[in-house]
Design a protein around this ligand. Structure first.
Ligand code: NAD
Length: 491
């Protein structure tokens, strides 16, 4: 495992020499001592990224040339799928097949943005028709500059790819600060960039704690753009830090996403997607459909079936064959989620299943998949993000009631609806106040489609062409006919 920071194409010990322990959440063992970058390392990394942007070749390369580097990185990631996936399991706890899926998506993300980098060459400018034909106006897009990326721990390498790939495709240079809970694969990304021959300073990776490394990155005057994924309180701090220098900022934050199931739904399909929506990745998914609303007449049968199937989920070390639910990422998350469940129950929620450590798993941050019912709409578990395998299920009366309940949240990341009646699905989809809406499914995520939320779930969109736009400035170039005069002062 790598024990140095990746700055300016080289591996450096942190300037203050600090380290922090990386814990395997399935065994509670320390598996690595990661380098603890601080403001000094961030400063060195930002300077390297600044020089690479202001004086280096990167922003001036053609899109096709940058695509070549991105594809080389994708190929290397793909070759290393198994070892990167294993590292992700040791670091985060998720089941190995899910981690393999993440790494495949990571390679796919680099390939997708390689294609978009080439499209920038194919469409270098857009002509803007004006009402006065003495003028001609065009729009060109240019890289924003040096980007700072701060990411969470739930999809460690994939969340890095969602920022690194579009930023590099656009011609930006970057300093990446991964989560201190899962720093290992991000450091491998440095080795992958090195193998791909990425010019020095284009991608810099500084591991470290949020206040020690993340905060100085968000406050650094050498950063032009900040891209953050994480919790609402940290997002708010990042936005305040960005405000001082009016930095371009994009935020992907939390959610409390609803899944509305109408009575004409097939129970098997509903149960499958409800479970996928909340137990995949231990429910540590920003878009997890953690509030399930079921039409009254279907509620008793659906709840019974959901509880039955949930009890069958095999819980264990993510490296063991057949594991469908791994441990929570850390002791901190384990304690936080238990406390939330307790508060929910003391506020009137009932545990239909789960809510405790699984029998036979005395080590590791394991929690049984949990279903809560009978809570009021002001119960903390109904309102606040839990970020674990805990779903709240409530009945609703009719479509109007369902839409009201679904939208009654300060979040607006995702929402899902299930019904045999596709006209109704479409109506409800349009009524949701959320950036991502699924019909008859929950969670499938495509690199091509925009990702991001309404309300306190964030600002801006990642993925697709929207993800690339995050890292591009828009410049209009307007020219006047050289043989004409404006004639305002000089009549
Ligand atoms: P977090 O906010 O605690 O940490 C996120 C990152 O911010 C980490 O790298 C951390 O080190 C850094 N950080 C912490 N304090 C900082 C500070 N003062 N200044 C700068 N950086 C700082 O979030 P988390 O616990 O890692 O992630 C869970 C949250 O992320 C959940 O709320 C989840 O919904 C959200 N999330 C959202 C998406 C999305 O796409 N919308 C995706 C994944 C996770």
């Amino acid at each position: 495992m790598r024990d140095k920071l990746f700055i300016n194409g080289e591996w450096h010990l942190p300037l203050k020499g600090g380290r922090f322990p990386v814990v395997n959440p399935a065994t509670e063992e320390i598996i690595a001592d990661a380098p603890a970058g601080t403001a000094e390392d961030i400063n060195t990394a930002v300077r390297a990224a600044r020089v690479a942007f202001d004086h280096g070749p990167w922003p001036k390369l053609s899109g096709r040339e940058r695509a070549g580097y991105l594809r080389a990185m994708a190929a290397r990631i793909e070759e290393r799928t198994q070892d990167l996936a294993r590292l992700e399991v040791l670091d985060n706890g998720k089941p190995l097949p899910e981690a393999v899926w993440d790494i495949e998506d990571t390679a796919g993300c680099f390939r997708f943005y390689a294609d978009l980098a080439e499209e920038l060459d194919a469409n270098p400018e857009e002509v803007i028709p004006l009402g006065d034909d003495r003028f001609s106006s065009r729009v060109v897009r240019e890289p924003v500059g040096v980007a700072g990326a701060i990411i969470p721990w739930n999809y460690p390498l994939l969340m890095a790819a969602w920022k690194v790939a579009p930023a590099l495709a656009a011609g930006c240079t970057m300093v990446l600060k991964p989560s201190e809970l899962t720093p290992l694969t991000a450091l491998e990304l440095g080795a992958i960039a090195e193998d791909a021959g990425l010019p020095a300073g284009v991608l810099n990776i500084v591991t470290g704690l949020g206040p020690d490394a993340g905060q100085p990155l968000s406050e650094h005057p050498g950063i032009d753009k900040l891209a953050f994924t994480g919790s609402v309180p940290t997002g708010s701090r990042i936005m305040a830090a960005a405000a001082r220098d009016i930095k371009n900022v994009s935020l992907e934050l939390g959610g409390k996403s609803p899944f509305v199931v109408f009575a004409d739904s097939d129970i098997d399909k509903a149960v499958e997607w409800i479970m996928f929506g909340i137990f995949w990745n231990q429910g540590e998914v920003c878009s997890a459909t953690s509030r399930v609303l079921v039409e009254e007449s279907l509620y008793p049968a659906l709840l019974t079936r959901l509880v039955e199937e949930t009890k069958k989920i095999s819980i264990g070390n993510g490296l063991d064959d057949g594991t469908l639910l791994g441990p929570l990422v850390s002791k901190g998350q384990y304690d936080k989620i238990h406390a939330m469940i307790e508060r929910g129950v003391s506020g009137g929620a009932r545990i239909a299943t789960g809510g405790k450590r699984p029998e036979g798993l005395q080590k590791g941050y394991f929690l049984e998949p949990t279903i809560l019912t009978d809570m009021s709409e002001d119960n903390i578990v109904w309102r606040e993000e839990i970020f674990g395998p805990v779903v709240c299920v409530k009945p609703f009366r009719d479509e109007t009631d369902a839409i009201r309940m679904a939208n009654d949240s300060r979040f607006g990341l995702a929402a899902a609806v299930m019904s045999d009646d596709l006209d109704r699905c479409e109506r409800v989809a349009r009524a949701f106040k959320a950036g991502i809406v699924w019909i008859n499914c929950s969670q499938p995520t495509f690199t091509e489609a925009p990702w991001g939320g309404y309300k306190q779930s964030g600002i801006g969109r990642e993925l697709g062409k929207w993800g690339l736009s995050n890292y591009l400035e828009v410049k209009q170039i307007t020219a006047f006919d050289k043989n004409e005069t404006w004639g305002w002062y000089l009549k």
